[in-house]
Design a protein around this ligand. Structure first.
Ligand SMILES: [Zn+2]
Length: 430
């Protein structure tokens, strides 16, 4: 989730924001099917705007009855500084009506009192101007309806089911993975997702070669036929310098090889996004003045004060304290064998006894204790012995649990077959 990002060249971020808008627009466009004839002109949609859902009232009766009334809706858009009272006023409804409605709904009215500018409320009144119904699209999948029934206002929510559609993309790297991903029609989220999945095996900044390739099966979420967002990556394969890495998503949300081995390591190689290594691991380091051996038992990662420091693996904080030598420091125990240490922090965000997850921010880089400048001093101990954090072999994260392995492998086989099948079709079409 973080390792490879720090390795990406400068300027990467700028590229992201520049093309993500284009991508988002491209993704909003309808896919190959006949859904193109939607109520609104999709090409006119603006990035970052919220759009009202087109709700088919006939097929979703607001009132559970065969003679559901046909409302004539009138829409009010929430402006900055608006209150529900102002909206009611603009809709030609009295303060009395608002009062009655709020009294009827009680605490359930909360979402209506937290409207944001740009959101829309639909009002329906009868010929006498009495409020009959309010419709509010809280999100792409949640509609809130207020309906007058037997003289009282009642709240009905309507959940619109999300439909997952499977997408396939493949590409070949000519410059970098980012460009190849964009060319293949992938969104930033999916490109980042793939880089994350293989981030322990492939250095996306330094190790990619011309001709490397990838293929991915992923989900897209649709509501009412409209694209909403990218969903999970289901299966992905990446060929780097002739070696193909495969990953399949398990129901636990983690990615494994089709055999069920984890793609994660139990530890991050470095627990901070650093500028450079200011001092290497050196058990035989000599003191410049005394000439005596004064080992450097860790790695010094130079980084700006305030840079987040991550727990390099799952574990439990055994110490979180301050000393004149270490400054603010945190020690984490990972199972029986491993301990990691983080020194000279400006801030500690975890206390002794707390459980932490790999990648969780536990503190901030600082220059506390005996230091010459801001850096993270990081130590990695195996069975009480200091090891070089840069080169120590890192254990794999846990594989798919035995009880789930047979099912997972069957599923993974099916996924990989679909992936290569799609790849074949794509190649045949070229
Ligand atoms: Zn150090």
């Amino acid at each position: 989730m973080l390792q490879h990002f720090q390795a990406l060249p400068k300027g990467h971020k700028i590229l992201v924001s520049g093309i993500s808008a284009l991508l988002a627009l491209a993704l909003l466009l309808p896919s190959e099917d006949a859904e193109a004839t939607r109520d609104h002109d999709l090409e006119k949609l603006k990035i970052g705007e919220r759009y009202p859902l087109v709700v088919n009232v006939e097929s979703r009766p607001l009132v559970e009855s065969d003679t559901a009334p046909q409302y004539a809706w009138h829409t009010e858009t929430v402006k900055s500084g608006d209150s529900l009272a102002k909206l009611f006023d603009r809709a030609g409804l009295s303060a009395r009506t608002l009062h009655d409605m709020l009294a009827n709904l009680g605490a359930k009215a909360k979402p209506l009192t937290e409207l944001r500018p740009g959101e829309k409320l639909d009002f329906a009144k009868d010929e006498n101007g009495t409020l009959l119904a309010i419709r509010y699209a809280m999100s792409r999948t949640q509609i809130l309806n207020v309906v007058k029934q037997d003289g009282n206002y009642q709240l009905q929510s309507d959940t619109i089911p999300v439909e997952h559609r499977e997408q396939f993309a493949t590409g070949t790297i000519t410059s970098n993975f980012w460009n190849a991903g964009v060319r293949a029609g992938l969104s930033p989220a999916v490109i980042d997702g793939i880089a994350n999945i293989f981030g322990y095996d492939i250095d996306f900044a330094l190790e990619l070669r011309h001709g490397d390739s990838f293929a991915v099966l992923y989900q897209q979420d649709y509501v009412d036929g409209d694209f909403v967002s990218d969903g999970d990556i289901l299966a992905v394969s990446f060929t780097n310098q002739g070696i193909t890495y495969n990953a399949v998503r398990h129901s636990d949300g983690n990615y494994y090889t089709p055999n069920g081995q984890s793609l994660r390591k139990a530890f991050l190689r470095s627990p901070v996004s650093y500028k450079y290594i200011s001092s290497s691991f050196n058990p035989r380091r000599l003191h410049p003045v005394t000439g005596r051996v004064r080992p450097h038992n860790g790695i010094d990662y130079a980084a700006a004060v305030g840079t987040p420091v991550y727990a390099s693996g799952d574990g439990r904080v055994v110490k979180s304290g301050y000393s004149s030598l270490n400054g603010n420091y945190i020690f984490i125990k990972h199972g029986e064998q491993f301990v990691t240490k983080y020194l000279h922090l400006s801030k500690r965000l975890v206390a002794a006894g707390m459980k932490v997850r790999q990648g969780q921010t536990i503190g901030k880089v600082g220059a506390t204790g005996r230091v010459t400048g801001p850096h993270l001093h990081y130590e990695f101990l195996v069975n009480g012995v200091h090891r070089n954090p840069r080169t120590v072999p890192l254990p794999e994260a846990a594989p798919v649990p035995k009880a789930e392995l047979a099912d997972f492998r069957t599923q993974a086989q099916d996924m990989m077959a679909r992936l290569s099948n799609q790849k074949r079709i794509m190649l045949a079409m070229k």
